[in-house]
Design a protein around this ligand. Structure first.
Ligand SMILES: [Ca+2]
Length: 184
């Protein structure tokens, strides 16, 4: 049985290579079969995203406050929410398109544990995709005090791009749950 996530995305990639002429049809069918199931019930302001759901919060919080807020949401099997992971440009574009208003939003990326090594949600999940604003991250003397990352939806030169910030700064934020989740 297929599971959502990396296996499913790899399958889509292989199908695209093997059946170039019909890739759009196959993509649509596979997307419906694989990705509709786990997150079809995102409601109450949550949007379908990757295998689960995301929600934007425009009340400014520090990064740690934002993570605590996200963790207050749990899936039906009690998996806590966390700040969002954005592993590709397609995902980044989708997130920006869903944003309810312009601003800067905390995402789950941090180099808190190891300066200059950016991981998702502080875990052992090294980021492979970045959408830094040109010039970021800046030099070490500046970045050693900035361990958190915000995504801009402002209609200016920062649009869709990521910049580093001090984690004690307060920003809007985006929570992600692996499947539909509710406040518990
Ligand atoms: Ca840093």
């Amino acid at each position: 049985m297929l599971s959502p996530g990396k296996d499913a995305r790899m399958l889509l990639f292989c199908i695209s290579l093997a059946f170039n002429s019909t890739e759009l049809v196959l993509y649509w069918l596979t997307d419906r079969l694989i990705f509709d199931l786990p997150h079809s019930d995102c409601t109450n302001g949550w949007h379908r995203y990757r295998t689960g759901c995301i929600k934007f919060f425009t009340t400014s919080k520090t990064r740690s406050e934002a993570r605590i807020h996200c963790a207050g949401f749990k899936t039906s099997n009690d998996i806590q929410g966390d700040l969002i992971k954005i592993p590709s440009s397609v995902d980044n574009d989708q997130v920006v398109s869903l944003a309810p208003q312009t601003g800067r939003y905390y995402i789950g990326l941090t180099d808190w544990a190891n300066e200059g090594v950016y991981r998702w949600k502080g875990r052992n999940d090294d980021a492979m995709y970045f959408n830094w604003k040109p010039g970021y991250p800046e030099r070490y003397q500046i970045e050693e005090n900035r361990d958190c990352v915000v995504l801009s939806t402002n209609a200016d030169a920062t649009y869709k791009m990521w910049t580093t910030v001090e984690c004690s700064n307060s920003w809007s934020f985006i929570c992600e749950c692996e499947s539909a989740c509710i406040w518990k």
